[in-house]
Design a protein around this ligand. Structure first.
Ligand code: ACM
Ligand code: ZN
Length: 761
């Protein structure tokens, strides 16, 4: 008690709280206790003295010093005790007990103690203080998933050893325990392989890079870089000290153009090849009929396994076009010799990739390791100990788990951190596309509802991916990772019943303070105003709801003027029923967020009742048919923002109830074209009218041209004028091209059609 009395007088006292990210799974804080643990220079860390605990203690002292400036002493009268011995089947489970004179951290393993230290670190104030008052508390915490991954592509752009270490520091702060290191791709080979020195001599260097999304212009700036095996080992050790496993990925048989540039005989045509200077998916892949390809792969994977102790070895497998294989006598001969035949949805060339996958599986498992690969590895009859990394949505995870394989969820719908994090892309650094805001990441549930209880146990975790085509600097890497990694780490760590987005938003400012402390660049969109627009069909108006982080006030205008601290204060949802420009920003201590701006354009169909006769594509239904009559256009070609509704291989067939008979003579809509993703213009439109909602007659129709290569990214507007017609119900069928044309990289695959708003005059 003497201590409590003494330290309460400390002039510069900070307060700790355990409102940390990820949310601990069980926490009891005694907020009524008058006594606290006072963390000051008289505290010492005690432990058993072994290597792990000595290092953990060093980390803890460092964290306390970094956060608060407090330097702990040896032999102080209060202690933080670090120990293992928690009897728990979860190896990362820990108990953290705060008493008036001690803090006791007991982990199931040293790794668990390290995770507990992250909780302590994040509970501390981030300003210099003489002492910190810690509430009396008891935490029992453990990760929901054993595999908590983060992927980093160092091929499209190269990052130094120090930057990779900082990336690992960021993972440690977020309790991530698997660093997935993407080490080769078409645009650069980044790891030294002693048996194949040209991989780095030639494969690690590209002469220049295409500007933007393949517009036919190059920047003339060479990109190069690689890690020696010694440097890779240094990274492995650095990560291991933070209880993070490094999973190497050698992506094959596609994404190998840099290896082909070095060793052209490994390709179907024999080359020559260059280290690719463009983005996308190249047809140049390893020749699956060539025996020296197999020897090369076995040699490379064996050297990789000499360097990396990881039990998981990633063999890639994604995006391997079969165009060269179809023309290659050696590949045909392999198919014949091995008796490879089509199976299910896979043709014989897909199954040829399966043959290569299984070959590498054997190389990896011969060394007692486990093969991991992107969901294309399902083209093979993979053995049940191969791990499927589901990136094309969650379908690969469902199929993998149903086949009995362990799966990791990394779907491009929620876990791709190279995607935009704001709808207002004009304010963002150029990105590959997509739209994955923090809230979307947070909402991700890794266990697909399609799995039964036993299959669900095969979901071992979740992972974010960072592809770096458009990310040239490490500061930009941080901007894309943070704070989305904070949202993901709660998905990875915290049980769903303890997750809550509103609570997360209250805890995120403390995380921002930590990012500031370490000089990490991070995105601040959570401070912006988040606007939700909901058509109210009864009132024929649009309901507007704003939100932002706590302790920020929202001010807005509806006349197009920039909001300032004197603009209307938002105090709750309101409605609008006419043409307006809404601008809103949040303010805190005179600091203004970015301004959001939305234009509402009304017409006869606005805020009426809309329903679909066809089902939107999985992941692209967003708020459904009402989006087509909410007065808001899609805007950019970013079809993932929720402002476009997508259909795949199917028409957009919508019924709009205008509420009463209206005389109409014009109908318009926009489509989104993002050709490389199979998102193309409409094939035509048919407009039917009805006054009873049962019997419809054709009002007008139009056909549009075939899909053309030249239209790569666009938002074509379609407008049809017709003789005035009186109608209450409108059935609008925006026709899909159904399949992609023969010249498209995904020829024959179902075509997407995306529509934003149907305007009626
Ligand atoms: C991937 O995004 N190609 C795995
Ligand atoms: Zn071949």
């Amino acid at each position: 008690m003497a201590c409590v009395a003494l330290c309460s007088c400390t002039s510069n006292m900070g307060k700790a709280d355990f409102n940390v990210i990820p949310q601990p799974n069980n926490i009891t804080v005694d907020s009524t206790a008058t006594a606290h643990f006072i963390l000051d220079k008289n505290v010492s860390i005690v432990h058993n003295g072994d290597e792990d605990m000595t290092r953990n203690a060093r980390f803890l002292a460092q964290y306390i010093q970094e956060m608060t400036g407090i330097e702990l002493s040896d032999g102080g009268d209060k202690v933080i005790k670090l120990q293992v011995g928690l009897n728990d089947e979860n190896p990362e489970a820990y108990k953290l007990q705060v008493y008036p004179d001690s803090v006791v951290i007991t982990g199931a393993t040293p790794a668990a103690v390290f995770r507990a230290l992250q909780t302590v670190r994040k509970s501390l104030p981030t300003t210099a203080v003489d002492a910190v008052e810690m509430p009396i508390a008891e935490i029992y915490d453990y990760p929901r998933f054993e595999y908590r991954g983060a992927h980093f592509d160092v091929c499209r752009h190269f990052y130094t050893i120090d930057e990779v270490k900082t990336f690992i520091d960021m993972l440690a702060l977020h309790n991530v325990n698997n660093f997935h290191w993407h080490l080769n791709d078409d645009q650069g080979w980044r790891i030294e392989i002693k048996k194949y020195p040209k991989l780095i001599e030639i494969g690690s260097k590209r002469t220049e890079t295409v500007i933007g999304r393949n517009p036919g212009k190059w920047d003339g700036v060479p990109v190069s870089g690689y890690y020696t095996q010694e440097q890779a080992k240094e990274i492995i050790e650095y990560a291991a000290e933070r209880y993070i496993n490094v999973i190497p990925e050698i992506d094959m048989p596609g994404h190998m153009r840099s290896a082909l540039a070095a060793y052209p005989h490994l390709g179907c045509t024999g080359g020559p090849y260059d280290v690719w200077t463009e983005w996308g998916v190249t047809p140049e892949v390893l020749c699956a009929g060539n025996d020296s390809t197999m020897t090369f792969l076995a040699d490379v994977f064996n050297e990789i396994m000499d360097i990396f102790p990881s039990k998981y070895i990633n063999a890639g497998g994604d995006e391997c076009p079969k165009t060269r294989w179809q023309e290659c006598p050696k590949c045909q001969a392999r198919i014949k010799a091995e008796g490879i035949v089509a199976k299910g949805r896979f043709n014989e060339f897909d199954r040829l990739q399966g043959y290569v996958t299984n070959y590498i599986y054997k190389v990896i498992s011969a060394r007692g390791r486990m093969m991991m690969g992107w969901d294309e590895i399902l083209q093979a009859d993979i053995p049940s100990d191969a791990i499927v990394l589901s990136w094309q949505g969650i379908a690969g995870a469902i199929e993998g788990a149903k086949r009995g394989n362990k799966v990791v969820l990394s779907p491009n719908t929620h876990c791709y951190f190279d995607f935009y994090q704001s709808k207002d892309v004009q304010f963002e650094p150029f990105a590959i596309g997509g739209y994955t805001p923090v809230e979307k990441v947070y909402s991700f549930e890794p266990v697909p509802s399609e799995l039964d209880e036993e299959q669900a146990k095969l979901v071992i975790g979740a992972q974010c991916n960072l592809w770096t085509e458009y990310i040239k600097t490490f500061s930009h890497v941080q901007y894309m990772e943070l704070p989305r990694l904070a949202a993901l780490c709660e998905v990875q760590w915290t049980e769903p019943e303890h997750k809550d987005y509103e609570s997360f938003k209250e805890r995120i400012p403390a995380m921002f303070a930590i990012y500031d402390k370490y000089g990490y660049n991070y995105a601040k969109h959570l401070c912006d105003v988040n606007a939700t627009y909901t058509p109210n069909t009864e009132k024929k108006a649009l309901e507007v709801t704003f939100s932002t982080l706590k302790n920020r006030e929202i001010r807005y205008t509806t006349d197009g003027n920039e909001p300032d601290e004197n603009s209307t204060l938002y105090s709750g949802p309101f409605t609008i029923d006419s043409d307006v420009i809404i601008k809103a920003a949040s303010f805190s201590n005179g600091v203004k967020s970015r301004t959001i701006c939305d234009t509402i354009n009304t017409n006869i169909a606005s805020f009426t009742k809309a329903t679909f006769n066809t089902v939107p594509a999985i992941g692209y239904a967003f708020n459904g048919a009402q989006t087509l009559v909410d007065g808001i256009m899609g805007g950019t070609t970013n079809y993932r923002t929720g402002r476009w509704i997508g259909f795949v291989g199917n028409n957009c067939d919508v019924v709009i109830d205008l509420g009463s008979e209206q005389s109409i003579s014009e109908l318009g809509f926009n489509c989104c074209v993002f050709q490389c993703d199979g998102v193309v213009d409409a094939a035509g439109v048919e407009i039917y009218g009805s006054n009873d909602g049962k019997e419809y007659s054709l009002i007008a129709s139009e056909e549009y041209p075939e899909v053309v290569k030249e239209m790569e990214f666009a938002t074509p507007h379609h407008e049809i004028k017709f003789a005035p017609k009186s109608t209450r119900y409108l059935n609008v069928i925006i026709k899909s091209h159904k399949a992609l044309p023969s010249w498209h990289a995904f020829a024959g695959a179902p075509a997407f059609v995306f529509v934003d708003e149907i305007t009626v005059k």
